[in-house]
Design a protein around this ligand. Structure first.
Ligand code: SAH
Length: 233
């Protein structure tokens, strides 16, 4: 069974969007993964088809109603659907390459995209939604966040990137940032490619890459570096 994504959103027309291009687009056409969108508004309960209401306790903005979202979720994904139920949310656990890899090995994902101030807490609790953040900043809605997550997952699905590149040498895969890259021309604006890379000495090249990778991580991401050092005991 291929990876199946179901997106609950107020803006289904945004999909597949960028996911319809390049690697993920080809994989979508070839059936390596499937994408279904669900218009949350179709599950509204009143004649105005409202999906949001004012926040209990007062304050700015609107909150997505739990009754409408619960109907949308329940009709899309029955309780025995094995796929994880994700809610894109700045309060969620930050997305990591490790979580992306786990998702890519699973049956798919049901992804709820928030809008306005967010989602009534009761539907998060009763439907066991896993909140996922794509970083410490606020987007206007969960759709682009869902696309980010899916793009990261889909490129890992078998066959999507081609056999020559398993993706296992990428940044974060081994806890480090990746080394710098070079290609032709041999000299660009007076700057040559580092000599070791054209030496043909594979052992030296691997050592150079490892050193650069470690130095970059130490400089730019002390958080990753500390975890890396600790993991090596
Ligand atoms: N009031 C909320 C922000 C709401 S932003 C707060 O302060 O936490 C509206 C919607 O955009 C959210 O419900 C969520 O679905 C999405 N969103 C915004 N920022 C996000 C992020 N960093 N990661 C994932 N989703 C995000």
């Amino acid at each position: 069974m291929s990876f199946r994504a179901t997106i609950l959103t107020l803006y289904p027309d945004m999909f597949p969007g960028p996911l319809g291009h390049s690697l993920s687009g080809r994989a979508l056409n070839e059936g390596t993964w499937a994408l279904e969108t669900v218009q949350i508004r179709d599950f509204a309960l009143d004649k105005h088809r409202s999906v949001d209401d004012t926040p209990a306790g007062g304050g700015a903005g609107m909150v997505m109603r739990p009754d409408v979202l619960a109907r949308a979720l329940d009709s899309t994904a029955p309780a025995d659907d094995p796929r994880p139920r994700l809610l894109m949310s700045p309060r969620g656990r930050p997305l990591t390459q490790a979580r992306v890899r786990e998702l890519a090995e699973g049956p798919g994902a049901i992804i709820l995209c928030g809008r306005f101030e967010g989602v009534d807490q009761r539907v998060i609790d009763t439907r066991g939604l896993e909140e996922v953040s794509i970083g410490d900043y606020i987007l206007s809605g969960g759709e682009i966040a869902a696309m980010v997550l899916l793009d990261a997952v889909v490129r890992l699905l078998p066959g999507v990137m081609g056999n020559e590149h398993s993706g296992t040498e990428e940044s974060f895969e081994n806890g480090l940032l990746e080394h710098p890259h070079y290609t032709r021309p041999a000299v660009f604006e007076g700057i040559p490619i580092p000599e070791v890379l054209v030496s043909g000495n594979h052992k030296k090249i691997a050592e150079w890459r490892r050193e650069k990778s470690e130095a970059l991580t130490r400089d730019r991401r002390p958080d990753l570096w500390e975890a890396y050092v600790r993991s090596r005991g």
